[in-house]
Design a protein around this ligand. Structure first.
Ligand code: LLP
Length: 380
């Protein structure tokens, strides 16, 4: 159940503003915990990139999840929010020396390494600090996920990971380096995945790869399967929870049960609990359509402009019959559109609209293009 946006609190602050339903977030974290409670060695690391609002991060840290980070800034944000260094994993194709040293000095639990070149740099930096870096190798499994082309990551043509064909050689290199402790394998095939068959394909590929490494006498101590579980953007009131049951049971059915498994979920944890609330500035009669011009733009929520993503929109303050609108922002870009031909309760200047399911990759991708201030937030 989604609690309604606290409109009285919204009226007191500058819009656009992100509003997060913390009871839904807590319920989601509880659901995640429930589904893995029969696998004590499984761990979910929340993908910080989805939303690094400090209040949200603190809540997730206190629920006992780990943190999956992709930059030194995210490692810092996770530490500040209370995640233990031993619960932090760090991935990314382009880690700078400064970022690697931060991870080493803070004693994070894992570097997910994406190339031999990176492995060698981490080895050198770790030895310079008299340390041994715990490393997993990110494998490019060459699997296409059924999602938007910009958010698939596991194809051979993508920049991510080490091609699975050369993996045994790279593991041998990792084992030969004194500053590296080789631990496991890391995968991530994409985001907003709704077809569980994509995850079972991943499991089968992982089984093949583990089999190959086993035959070559190269054991692995754990597996990180990444994130990617999608949410229902079309029915934000009826379906507030991602299909965690189906998701985790896919891995229970298809993965070897003797290895610890790590997950890196982002969108499915925070997506449904957030709405971007904005105000109608003008209702403009175009030649063939009506525009509701709002005070939020692609600067606060870039997903529609960047991926053609759908977000449901509600008028929170009108009781009048519905009319059809294009909901557009103030940014000087034609793609600054939140929705075309949307049925909304009749809009007037000053009405508040909620752009739904915006808890993931909304606030975290905000920019100050056009010299706009970053949006604030309300946790309710
Ligand atoms: N692990 C890795 C290595 C990742 O690259 C990602 C997301 C995740 C975990 C978390 O995936 P999730 O569970 O959230 O699907 N900005 C895009 C999504 C980009 C996802 C990038 N990587 C969007 O708004 O749809």
């Amino acid at each position: 159940m989604m609690a309604p946006v606290p409109i009285d609190r919204v009226r007191e602050v500058r819009t656009p503003v992100y509003c997060y339903d913390t009871s839904l977030l807590k319920e989601t974290l509880e659901t995640v915990r429930f589904h893995i409670s029969d696998r004590p060695s499984w761990k979910v690391h929340y993908a910080v990139k989805a939303n690094f609002n400090p209040g949200i991060l603190k809540l997730i840290a206190s629920a006992g999840l780990g943190a999956d980070c992709v930059s030194g800034g995210e490692v810092r944000a996770a530490l500040d929010a209370g995640f233990a260094p031993s619960d932090i994993v760090y991935a990314g194709v382009g880690k700078s020396d400064e970022e690697i040293l931060l991870g080493l000095d803070e004693g994070i639990s894992r570097f997910n390494v994406e190339s031999v070149a990176e492995l060698k740099v981490i080895d050198t930096l770790a030895r310079s600090r008299g340390k041994v870096a715990p490393v997993s190798l990110r494998v490019n499994p060459d699997i296409g996920a059924h999602t938007h082309a910009n958010i698939t990551t596991g194809l051979a043509e993508n920049k991510f990971g080490i091609y699975h064909g050369i993996l045994p050689d790279v593991v041998r290199i990792a084992l030969s380096l004194k500053g590296i402790e080789f631990k496991g394998l890391h995968f991530h095939i994409g985001s907003q995945i709704l077809d569980m068959a994509d995850f079972s394909t991943l499991c089968n590929r992982i089984a093949d790869i583990l089999g190959r490494l086993d035959t070559e006498g190269l054991p692995v101590s754990d597996i990180n399967v990444g994130g990617g579980l999608g949410i229902d953007y079309y029915n934000p009131d009826d379906i507030t929870m991602a299909s965690f049951g189906a998701y985790f049971s896919t891995f229970k059915r298809h993965l070897r049960s003797d290895l610890p498994v790590h997950f890196e979920l982002g969108r499915s944890i925070v997506g449904p609990c957030g709405s971007l609330v904005c105000k109608v500035l003008y209702v403009k009669e175009g030649l063939t359509r009506k525009f509701a011009v709002v005070d939020a733009g692609m600067t606060e929520l870039i997903r529609p402009a960047l991926y053609g993503a759908y977000h449901h929109i509600d008028n929170l303050t009108s009781m009048m019959p519905e009319e059809k609108y294009d909901v557009v922002g103030p940014i000087c870009e034609s793609s600054d559109v939140f929705g075309k031909a949307r049925m909304l309760r009749c809009c007037r200047r000053g009405d508040y609209l909620a752009i739904r399911s915006a808890g993931a990759y909304g606030e975290s991708m905000a920019s100050s293009y056009n010299c706009r201030p970053l949006p604030g937030s309300i946790l309710y």
